[in-house]
Design a protein around this ligand. Sequence first.
Ligand SMILES: [Zn+2]
Length: 277
Amino acid sequence: MKGRLWLFLPLALFSLSGLMCSRVSAAEPAAGETERIRAIVKEVLREYAATLGEKQASPAAKEIMRNLVQDNAQFVRSHGPAHFSHFVDGQHPRATVVTCSDSRVHIHALDASPDGDLFMVRNIGNQISSNEGSVEYGVHHLHTPVLLIVGHSACGAIKAASGDYSAESAPIRRELDTLQVPRGEAGMGSVRLNVNNQVRHAMSKFEEAVLSGKLTVVGAVYDFRNELAKGQGKLSIVNVNGETDPMKISKLDLMQGLDVPPRKGAKPAGSAASMHH
Ligand SMILES: [Zn+2]
């Protein structure tokens, strides 16, 4: 495998030397020539990466991929065409949801039938900035009436952002920079603060949609550790269109009847399912 790299390296070097010569003979290398060299170097690196990939396939990776493929096969077996019929030709999600990438936070905690129903944007620290285009897509193109931002207990991104993260890579630093939380405060207070900051960001970004009533921005905290003593796995709504006072939130029309369990098999009006039947 290493032989392939040695085959491509001289070719790349030869091409590079060609570029150097053209630099000498002409004032500037032709743009096309530079592109050609870039393409060759990219090809060499791709070849090299491919040889590394073969070496690095660990037994753990193999086992993980086997499990995923098996689970997917089970999914295919257990879901007939009826399951896919209401979204196979397009999506009409009811909410754009921004959550943390944390593996302990998952969609089934929020929605019993999320397929075609929730437009998910995930990143570290459930923030708008690092995936602004995706959030815009949900709100402006899919027209979801709700933008839900979900923080969670024991968030590693919040912990990192409240500490010294100067040794992290530039891309990670960039994403932590946007989480404005106090130094040394990694707990639920900072998780909430970040959710409130994200709601504020979303409201100024989608001001028109919020003011016209087309969009409601909701901030929530998913508490899988029961730190708020409201039940393990409880989703607590902490912000509605900028309102953070629990008493005032509880009186909002939006909040009335939320805790009443729905009739079995019933989907609220405007759901993805009812839109297509
Ligand atoms: Zn997190």
